[in-house]
Design a protein around this ligand. Structure first.
Ligand SMILES: Nc1nc2c(ncn2[C@@H]2O[C@H](COP(=O)(O)OP(=O)(O)OP(=O)(O)O)[C@@H](O)[C@H]2O)c(=O)[nH]1
Ligand SMILES: [Mg+2]
Length: 249
């Protein structure tokens, strides 16, 4: 395995090379690290967006809507499903957590599950590496879905530029999220299942705590334009910061 050759294939956006390299990195293969080093000098800029929240809040449904919208804008989209809740998870189960609509035939979309631990920096380390690979492969938007709100979760959140916390009304999600400090790290909060009873109250309560709260009904596509705009707005702030200081690594 030649790191230089693999790096070239990744830079050309070859999907199999991208998958291969992410696997090598997950396995802490030295060839993977060597390849990554080749890429980093030429890394392109991608929008890295996290979607986090409790199980069943509607993260995947929301993510699916965002993917559709970004594809309409002609952007290449990379999706990472990160499960911090289980040390050993089969890809099938993880894949299930995304429940993506049929994007499989779309060459502009790359989907990958991450659940490997034991990596330097834990799961956040593997995720950071995968982001670097997707970035180098020319993906314009990288969406990361994470489940749970433990320390692993917060670590993974540090890998993204814009973090969207998803809560569903009436489940006590918002209380738990607050306790876990999720709203302190999130830039945008989506109150999903806005069609459910209690959504108004949740929105009202949260607006006192977090600057950017948006009602969404992911299953109907409601609130998606507003969410996209909020993400774009936050990305503009990130861009300004990037131009004034080097990105943290
Ligand atoms: N009523 C209603 N149901 C929704 C909405 N968004 C998602 N759902 C439903 O909620 C359930 C869970 O949605 P997912 O998108 O899989 O939620 P998730 O947060 O990704 O779930 P995990 O990955 O298992 O943590 C599904 O049955 C969705 O159809 C919504 O806006 N309104
Ligand atoms: Mg999901």
């Amino acid at each position: 395995m030649d790191p230089l050759a693999l790096a070239e294939r990744v830079k050309r956006g070859e999907v199999r090379a991208v998958s291969r390299l992410i696997t090598l990195l997950e396995n802490q293969d030295p060839a993977g690290m060597a390849t990554l080093q080749q890429l980093e000098a030429s890394s392109r800029r991608a929008a890295v967006i996290g979607i986090t929240g409790y199980p069943g809040a509607g993260k995947s449904t929301l993510l699916d809507q965002l993917v559709t919208a970004y594809r309409r804008q002609g952007k290449k989209v990379g999706i990472l499903a990160v499960d911090t809740s289980s040390p050993v998870t089969g890809g099938a189960i993880l894949g299930d957590r995304i429940r993506m609509q049929d994007h499989t035939s779309d060459a502009g979309i790359f989907i990958r599950s991450m659940a490997t631990r034991g990596h330097h920096g834990g799961l956040a380390g593997s995720t950071r590496d995968a982001v670097a690979v997707l970035q180098a492969a020319g993906y314009d938007v990288i969406l990361i879905e994470t489940v749970g709100v433990g320390q692993d979760e917060v670590d993974v959140a540090k890998v993204v530029q814009t973090l969207v916390a998803v809560v569903a009304p009436g489940l006590g999600d918002e209380i738990q999220a607050m306790k876990a400090g999720l709203f302190e790290v999130a830039h945008i909060v989506a109150v999903n299942k806005g069609d459910r009873e209690g959504a108004d109250m949740t929105l009202h309560d949260l607006k006192e705590w977090v600057p950017r709260v948006i009602r969404t009904v992911a299953v109907k596509g409601e609130g998606i334009p507003e969410l996209l705009e909020a993400i774009a707005e936050h990305q503009r702030i990130v861009d300004l910061q990037d131009n004034s200081s080097p990105p943290p690594r």
